[in-house]
Design a protein around this ligand. Structure first.
Ligand code: NAD
Length: 481
């Protein structure tokens, strides 16, 4: 069914938000492209030291004068509830904006906005339930802990889930009473800017939410600014190291959500009728540009042939096209650079290509979904995060071998386990080196459940109580009389 999609208005330039004022900044503009057409959607400013400094100072002033953290918790809750209402009203516009900006299929974009909205709703209730503890103590003592907002939080965002991850970080930061400076990815700034506008409309005081636009230089400027008290970063492992080093110089806590090379393990007793349709979610959704992508499919040898025979026609039937067309699974990659990066892995000639040919001709940064088998364990396609629609397939004989293969990676973000044997499923869940394990499902998120990685996938958590606590300082108080 063809649906007419109204296009949101996008300015010739999209300004950043510094201390409640929208400004284009002084640096050169960066063009923002529609990845499906390669046309310029708008231009954003490249925030340099003056803009970053203005944003952090505005956030620091708003923290110090208590215009947000000093409000009664019920007021902050009600304001976040209002924000959720505004996001819900703007959901379709935000989804279209996300598809224009990032390229992802509109149905996926709607799902992302819904997940971001869910996080805002979830954390809206947090100001009134963010409590410390009272410790048992002597009769002449009162001992307790308080959770205080940590201060100015720098939220540095990736391009693959621009709205959802903005909401995953912004909502708990605001619920904790922090003020923030958001740095969206330069490829996809539009929905984070729209979210900041909705924050103002909801009544969050000016200066509490600031946005600086620009590339990695802006991000680097932000994370080393002395006014920043916490950095929450989602992006590549390589940049994560740089962010951590900058934060280490000032002993500032960081949350790092980094890359992955997640195993999806299919045992002989798996329900293949359930698994196979879901592969569009595990690896090919968002054209593989997911940190949690199940990019390594580990198959028990006894079922490997059947799985691949059934999988290939499914992959070949996935619709490729502009995300706004509807019914598309494989939208364009976010940029020419990302398409070239993915193609450079395919050009290595590693393994056997079961399906996946030449990329479709432009315009648009499209790459065909590809399945690779016969890779050696040390092949680059087997070890490195490709971040595109490329599934690598391996075979195993025993549970122990599956575990060893799953863990043979520097990453530890997520893992999938497909089996009808509950004992095996929970044994695997306990043993797998991953921050998240999905059993007989994949890529399911819940705002109450912490999300993050181990090993080179980072540390700290988004979502859940852990996500909220990451924006707080735990203070202990001992009173005597
Ligand atoms: P990236 O690391 O290149 O950029 C992420 C953000 O950091 C962008 O806003 C960028 O401008 C900024 N940045 C770049 N250099 C910086 C620096 N030196 N200091 C501070 N900020 C800097 O990542 P990307 O290409 O935008 O995203 C893709 C990567 O992100 C993939 O590796 C993917 O696995 C990872 N990712 C992880 C998660 C997760 O939750 N674990 C989620 C989404 C994406």
């Amino acid at each position: 069914m063809t649906q007419t999609i109204g296009l949101p208005s996008i300015g010739e330039t999209e300004p950043m938000l510094l201390g409640g004022e929208w400004t284009t900044g002084t640096g050169n503009g960066i063009p923002v492209l529609n990845p499906a057409t390669e046309q310029v959607l708008t231009t954003i400013g490249q925030a340099g030291q003056p803009e970053v400094d203005a944003a952090v100072r505005a956030a620091a002033l708003a923290h110090e004068d208590g215009r947000w953290r000093g409000l009664p918790p019920e007021r902050r809750r009600d304001t976040l509830v209002r924000l959720a209402e505004l996001v819900a009203d703007a959901a379709e516009e935000l989804a279209v904006l996300e598809t224009l900006d990032n390229g992802k299929p509109i149905e996926r974009a709607r799902g992302d906005i819904a997940l971001g909205l869910d996080a805002i709703r979830h954390f809206a209730g947090a100001p009134v339930r963010l409590t410390g503890q009272v410790q048992p103590s002597a009769p002449d003592r009162h001992v307790y802990t308080l959770r205080r907002p940590i201060g100015v939080a720098a939220l540095v965002l990736p391009w693959n889930f621009p709205f959802m991850i903005a909401a995953w970080k912004l909502a708990p930061a605001l619920a904790a009473g922090c003020t923030v400076v958001i740095k969206p990815a330069e490829q996809t700034p539009l929905t984070a800017l729209r979210l900041a506008a909705l924050c103002l409309e909801a009544g969050i005081p000016p200066g509490v939410v600031n946005v600086v636009t620009g590339d990695g230089r802006t991000g680097a400027e932000l994370v080393r600014h002395p006014g920043v008290a916490k950095v929450s970063f989602t992006g590549s492992t390589q940049v994560g190291r740089e962010v951590m080093a900058a934060a280490a110089a000032r002993i500032v806590p960081v949350t790092l959500e980094l890359g992955g090379k997640s195993p999806d393990i299919v045992f002989a007793d798996a329900d293949l009728d359930r698994l196979l349709p879901m592969l569009s979610r595990t690896i090919f959704g968002h054209s593989g540009q997911m940190c949690t992508a199940g990019s390594r499919l580990l198959l028990h040898r006894s079922i490997a042939r059947e799985v691949l025979e059934r999988l290939v026609p499914i992959v070949e039937s996935l619709k490729i096209g502009p995300g706004l067309d509807g019914g598309v699974t494989i939208g364009p990659l976010v940029s020419a650079a990302q398409r070239d990066r993915v193609e450079s892995y395919l050009k290595l000639g590693e393994g056997t290509v079961l399906t996946g040919e030449e990329s479709p001709p432009g315009p648009g940064f499209f790459v065909r979904p590809t399945v690779l088998t016969g890779l050696s364990a040390d092949a680059r396609c087997a070890r490195e995060e490709i971040f595109g629609p490329v599934l690598t397939v391996f075979e195993f004989d025993t549970d122990e071998e599956a575990l060893a293969m799953a863990g043979d990676t520097e990453y530890g973000l997520a893992a999938g386990v497909w089996t009808r044997d509950l004992g095996r499923a929970h044994r695997m869940a306990a043993e797998l080196e991953a921050g998240t394990v999905w059993i007989n499902t994949y890529n399911e998120f819940n705002s109450a459940v912490p999300f993050g990685g181990i090993k080179q996938s980072g540390f700290g958590r988004d979502l859940g109580d852990a996500g909220l606590e990451g924006f707080t300082v735990l203070k202990s108080v001992t009173a005597a009389w």
